[in-house]
Structure formats: structure tokens, C-alpha cells
Design a protein around this ligand. Structure first.
Ligand SMILES: Nc1ncnc2c1ncn2[C@@H]1O[C@H](COP(=O)(O)OP(=O)(O)OP(=O)(O)O)[C@@H](O)[C@H]1O
Ligand SMILES: [Mg+2]
Length: 275
């Protein structure tokens, strides 16, 4: 479904800084209907990777292909869910959810049917006429997910969608997402900082190195679905988590060292950059 090959990305440096190399030579294949999580240190290029698949940016090297076609811009086959539900505050829950259908100019009756259907799936029917600021964080994120799913995209790109939620709401949202995924079966690329979340949700977990992000590990999750929530307590789960952390932890430490060095060498620090 998604074929990422030799993908590299850099951003121009700001105010006298060196250009930022965000990704280097990343290869990744994601099959139709697969759920793949991406984990890595802050600033290693996870969001950049999703933005390149979404077509928001163009890479400096390599390519992203979706069903064999090179991605050159955004498309209705790919939907994005961000960490903070990016809703239109002046529109009701109902209008927010239907947004993607309106821009496609869908017939009114079909539009109403689909919006009602998704309001129902998301448990938001009673809140259809509310403004987003009347909702809790978890509900707002459900609206954002509904808005992404309603156009029935083949691919969902989720960038730490539950990162801002409290532990209990996050747990509910994870279960909710898995139920949706089982019925609709989109291909999912899911960015998270949380290794347990990655294992519980995914078919595979991919770890990126510190910036510029390169592939450090691509691990198949060996647990059957549906997964019970006490799976995290089993020795098998702890072993998978240990294998992931063994690769991730040195990357977190290396990212910290690199950021400290960059701060020290910044033009404002007055120190000379080594040749
Ligand atoms: N539009 C941009 N212009 C300049 N630099 C950028 C831009 N977007 C990202 N970067 C830089 O590229 C690097 C990778 O950023 P990215 O947002 O992809 O990291 P991330 O892995 O998603 O981090 P986090 O876990 O903190 O969300 C960072 O150093 C960031 O500062
Ligand atoms: Mg990010």
C-alpha cells in the first residue's frame, strides 16, 4: 500500500543555523490494512515522515509511493489526524465531521446518512449540534478521527493522536481505534512516544534513530488479535518491550547529546563551530 524508498528530508537552517537533516535514507513498506507504529526520539523526523506520506512536503531524496503511484501532493486516499484535534471552532461537531464530504460536493441525502452514521459510531450523536469547545479532549479527538475516516481513506496517518490525553481517556481511545480499524481496515501509520501503546495497537513497530531519522528496528509484534488489556502484564509482552527499549534508549540518549551540542554551537553561544 505504501512504499517508502531511500527517503531523505532536510529543512533550510533558520537565522545562521545549519540546515536540519530530518530523515536519511528511510525504506519502509506497509501492506494494505496493516497497522504500523513509528517510535523515536523527539525531533528525529517522525512527523516529517508522515507529512511526506501525506504529500504536505516534497523529499530531497527518495520517494513515497501509494499503490505504486508516486506521492506528489495531498490526496483523499490519505487522511491525517494530528496530536491536537484541529477542529473548526465556529462549526458544530456535525459540520466538522462532514467537512471532507462537503469539499467533495456530496449529494445532501448521502451526506446526511454518512454523517449520522459516523456520529453514531463515535458516540457523538447527542453532541452533534455542540461547538467543539463544549467537548472534552477525548471527544474532540473522536471528532477529528471521524472527520478523517468519513471520506473512507485507504490510509490513516496519525501523529501522536492520543498524546495530549490523560491515561484513562487514552486507554479508551486506543480500544476505540482498534474497533474502528477492525471494521474499516484502513492502512495505519501511527506515531507515538509510548512503546506500550505501539505494541498494543500495531502489527509492526518501527524505531527511528536520533536525527536524522534512519531505520533502527522494524519489529513484528508477535501477539494475536484481539489483544486483551492485561497483555501488558505478561512476561512475553515485557520481553517485546525490553527488545524495543534496548534499541530506543540509546537513541534517546544520543538525541539529547546532539541537541546539547547544537545549543552550545549555536551562533548566539559565541563558540566556533568545529571544521
Ligand atoms: N517546517 C520546518 N522547518 C524547519 N525545520 C523543521 C520543519 N519541520 C521540522 N523541522 C525540523 O526537523 C526535525 C524533525 O522534526 P519532526 O517534527 O519531524 O520531528 P518529530 O520526530 O516529529 O519530533 P516530536 O517527537 O517532537 O514531534 C526537527 O529538528 C525539526 O526542528
Ligand atoms: Mg512530531
Amino acid at each position: 500500500m505504501i512504499e517508502i524508498s531511500g527517503l531523505s528530508m532536510a529543512y533550510p537552517g533558520q537565522r545562521g543555523h545549519q540546515p536540519v537533516a530530518a530523515l536519511r535514507d528511510v525504506d519502509l513498506r506497509v501492506e494494505d490494512g496493516e497497522f504500523v507504529s513509528i517510535v523515536g526520539p523527539s525531533g528525529c523526523g517522525k512527523s516529517t515522515l508522515l507529512h511526506l506520506v501525506a504529500g504536505f512536503e516534497r523529499p530531497i531524496g527518495g520517494s513515497v509511493r501509494v499503490l505504486g503511484q508516486e506521492v506528489t501532493g495531498p490526496g483523499s486516499d490519505r487522511a491525517v489526524v494530528f496530536q491536537q484535534a484541529a477542529l473548526y471552532p465556529w462549526q458544530s461537531v456535525r459540520d466538522n465531521i462532514g467537512f471532507g464530504l462537503r469539499i467533495h460536493g456530496m449529494h445532501r441525502a448521502e451526506y446526511d446518512r454518512r454523517v449520522e452514521h459516523y456520529l453514531g459510531i463515535m458516540g457523538l450523536t447527542a453532541f452533534a449540534r455542540h461547538a467543539p469547545y463544549h467537548l472534552s479532549g477525548g471527544m474532540r479527538q473522536r471528532v477529528a478521527i471521524a472527520r478523517a475516516l468519513i471520506t473512507e481513506p485507504g490510509i490513516m496517518l496519525m501523529d501522536e493522536p492520543f498524546g495530549a490525553l490523560d491515561a484513562q481517556t487514552r486507554n479508551e481511545m486506543q480500544r476505540f481505534l482498534l474497533r474502528l480499524w477492525r471494521t474499516l481496515r484502513p492502512t495505519v501509520l501511527f506515531v507515538t512516544h509510548d512503546v506500550e501503546e505501539a505494541i498494543l495497537l500495531s502489527d509492526r513497530v518501527v524505531i527511528l534513530t536520533a536525527r536524522p531519522g534512519q531505520l533502527a528496528l522494524d519489529l513484528k509484534v508477535p501477539f494475536q488479535r484481539p489483544r486483551e488489556w492485561d497483555l501488558v502484564l505478561t512476561p512475553e509482552f515485557v520481553e517485546v518491550k525490553r527488545r524495543l527499549l534496548a534499541v530506543l534508549q540509546p537513541q534517546l540518549e544520543s538525541a539529547e547529546r546532539v541537541e546539547a551540542l547544537i545549543a552550545e554551537l549555536s551562533p548566539r553561544s559565541g563558540k566556533r563551530r568545529p571544521e
